[in-house]
Design a protein. Structure first.
Length: 374
């Protein structure tokens, strides 16, 4: 049984250990941009390569800024000079290189310095979010000419998602493979009718937290199709969120390319919805004294590792520690609700009992039996 609140207070009062831990926000995947394609020509191969690498870093900068900010907030933000972008680049790599005497082709991966990028946006008063959500599972239902399918072939909509899922960014997306287990878990009709338990079962199978049913209906003649996508995000802890996307096939564009654009629009709206709820105001924040029930040092090390790197956590000071509890003075930016959301993404739960705050692994009840007596 856990010690009483009175004993916790005594532990805090008599503690002599005050180890200070700075919890820096580590560079996550959200600050890395992959698959930047460059294809440039110049008088020489060396000049073409230099030009391509410069353009690639600029493209990557535009993508990472779009990843962190809302469209209206970055509308007036000009792309900075090359030297400014270069200063924010931690490193980059190239693959699939092809060269000739005057041409250079490659795919780039660019990693940005998270602190420099934050400083750049904050100096220009551009709001941004950097908290990454748990993965979401896309359930791609396809409708055309009275034909409705989720798992049966052909389903070009499912194929688009399987090739174009966003594995990094603020909202990582997963797509089902469509094997016998998936087929037995949920049907197209059940997905569109919002069969929560079946959808949640499918999401859990792939390590996702939320199921998103994206029903794409294709109408119109070949070469002039309209793709209407009805999207419902089924959050187990809240009401379903619904939005729509429409894309029209452009001249000289295939239906598959239109479906790819529609999938990108769905991804963007999912990310924008998450960003709106998690924009951090760095001029606000606070501090909490939290108690963390633990089962031992190994358990505490695991919890501490999850705390390290959270963008909303500025720093933390261990006030007291025993084999069963850790008392932590936690400084954070933004609101307490944003702190709770950030912890939830790491499967940690922040709760309050009376005047005291507690952090414990989600799905556990380590506070059960805790005495509230003095």
């Amino acid at each position: 049984m856990l010690t009483s609140l009175k004993n916790i207070k005594m532990l805090a009062a008599t503690a002599t250990v005050a180890a200070i831990m700075a919890f820096p926000a580590s560079a996550q995947d959200i600050f890395t941009v992959t698959g930047v394609h460059v294809d440039e020509s110049a008088d020489t191969a060396a000049a073409a390569r230099e030009q391509a690498l410069e353009i690639g870093q600029r493209k990557a900068f535009e993508e990472v800024v779009a990843r962190l900010t809302l469209p209206e907030d970055r509308a007036g933000l000009e792309v900075p000079e090359t030297s400014v972008i270069t200063n924010m680049v931690r490193d980059f790599g190239v693959s699939n290189e092809k060269t000739s005497s005057v041409r250079y082709i490659a795919d780039m991966t660019v990693r940005f310095k998270d602190d420099e990028l934050r400083r750049y946006l904050r100096f220009r008063d551009v709001s941004f979010a950097e908290l990454q959500s748990k993965p979401v599972m896309i359930v791609p239902v396809y409708r055309t000419s009275g034909y409705v399918t989720l798992w049966d072939d052909p389903n070009p909509w499912r194929e688009v998602w399987s090739r174009n899922v966003a594995t990094s960014g603020l909202v990582p997306i997963k797509a089902p493979i469509g094997d016998l287990t998936d087929i037995g878990t949920v049907s197209a009709e059940q997905a569109e009718n919002g069969a929560m338990e079946r959808l949640n079962q499918l999401a859990r199978r792939y390590g996702a937290d939320v199921a998103v049913v994206a029903s794409a209906e294709v109408t119109g003649p070949t070469g002039g199709e309209t793709v209407d996508v009805s999207v419902t995000r089924y959050d187990p802890n809240g009401a379903p969120q619904v939005f729509g996307v429409q894309e029209n096939t452009l001249p000289d564009e295939t239906l598959n390319e239109t479906l790819v654009r529609a999938a990108k629009s769905v991804q963007d709206q999912l990310a924008d919805g998450w960003k709106r709820a998690n924009l951090i105001n760095y001029s606000t924040g606070g501090s909490l004294m939290v108690f963390i029930p633990i089962t031992g040092l190994k358990d505490w090390a695991g919890i501490e590792k999850k705390l390290v790197g959270l963008p909303v956590v500025r720093n933390s000071r261990v006030v007291a520690m025993s084999r069963r509890e850790v008392q932590l003075s936690l400084e954070f930016v933004g609101s307490t609700t944003q702190l709770q959301t950030a912890l939830n993404q790491q499967n940690l739960n922040l709760s309050r009992m009376g005047e005291l705050w507690f952090i414990q692994p989600s799905g556990t009840d380590r506070l059960e039996g805790l005495s509230l007596g003095g």
